[in-house]
Ligand binder design. Sequence first.
Ligand code: AMP
Ligand code: MG
Length: 482
Amino acid sequence: MGEPWYSPQLPTPIDAPYPIIFNDEVARLLGIDAAAARAQGYAETLSGNRLPDGCHPVAHRYAGHQFGIWAGQLGDGRAITLGDIQTANGARYDIQLKGAGQTPYSRFADGRAVLRSTIREYLGSEALAGLGIATTRALAIVGSNLPIYRETVETAAIMTRVAPSLVRFGSFEMLFYNRRFDQLAPLADHVIDGHHPDIAAIGSGPARYRAWAERVGDLTAALIADWQAVGFCHGVMNTDNMSVLGLTLDYGPYGFMDAFEPDWICNHSDSAGRYVYDQQPAVGLWNMGRFVQAILPLLDDDPDGAVKIGQDLIEHYRHSYDRAWMRRMRAKLGLVDERDDDRALIEALLRIMAASHADFTRSFRMLGHVSAARDASGAPFVDEFADRQAAGRWLADWRARLGHDEARDDPRGERMRCTNPKYVLRNYLAQNAIDRAQDGDYSEIERLYTLLQRPFDEQPEQADYARLPPDWARGLVLSCSA
Ligand code: AMP
Ligand code: MG
């Protein structure tokens, strides 16, 4: 694919790159021999200093709405795509170096990434992957002692990001707002033909694009429902950070919640709280609106007809999200069948969790350890709540709700522990790994990575990582600086 979607752009060589971490599992996904990559030294290639033969690197152009406002042209300001790899089973993955130097879209920024932000992206994407949540992946981090100026002086690093596609909502907005309507169908076809064979089979015309837009809505709804279910806040849900494949994309000041606060701001730069936990589903809806707006010319030749279809697509997302969220929350509570008042039961739990500032991850996990018997102890679930009586009352309602099959503790507890993780990437855990890495010790990144590949397993020897965060963690502040 050529203009207007990308510009050719070589990485800027960086001083003396050295290996920091390499992900054997992602290498396997790509069909790369991890042992050989480690033995040969991957730092020269994955810093962009030495390009593989036949490689024509590019920077992508896109646009987007940032914090609700049309921001015009953006683009990969520091990410350079080397190309794609086709695996033995036919899947394709784009390989991109993040922090590899300036591009035509860098504006006034330096095109680099700091070690801190690459570790956060590496661990964040691998933690979500471990939870079974759709995300871009991280193949490696390479470091350099090149000084980088943020709030303080830090050192540079380059992360290799891997994804089946990095096309964003903003890729389509860029075409629409530049009035390049003729290019909308080719870009949509690129996504459809590459990733949705069932929709490709529909042939050409509005029906194809409508089916695809519904799919984008379903994938986005599923993703955001997944985030809500594990207490994950993206932090910067601008339309340029929304993947048309429903992947978690562009890890900045994201966070897994500790104490449940529905209006928790994980991104210090988001002073108005636009992207707080509770708003994520509605922001998904708003972003779908921007996306559908951008592809309106594909939906119907008649503008009025296109607007009507667009409105239906927004409704489609709303219903899709609601179904996806209810499905996940029922599973978290161990409910198998569906009853009308389940929503009230779920919302009541979230309310008492918020009132008690109960830990999001631990509250759900502990529920899986409680017996359904009416006179059984409420521990360890009620122990997570400041207001134990409120927790006890809710538990009684939950026990009364459990159906015949759901009341059998063994299979239900086991099922719940497969959906309510014991371990998540709490901010303070990531911070510990960063602090050590900045002193040259990368072992904590490896340890967290290994832990978070199996977040649902008890791993009793790692129980310290499932504890409540220490007091200092409450003061951790993350901004967009990366
Ligand atoms: P983000 O909030 O991370 O999605 O970034 C918003 C935009 O700023 C994107 O187009 C990035 O490529 C760009 N950007 C962020 N940091 C840098 C940097 N250090 N150098 C160049 N561009 C950057
Ligand atoms: Mg971005």
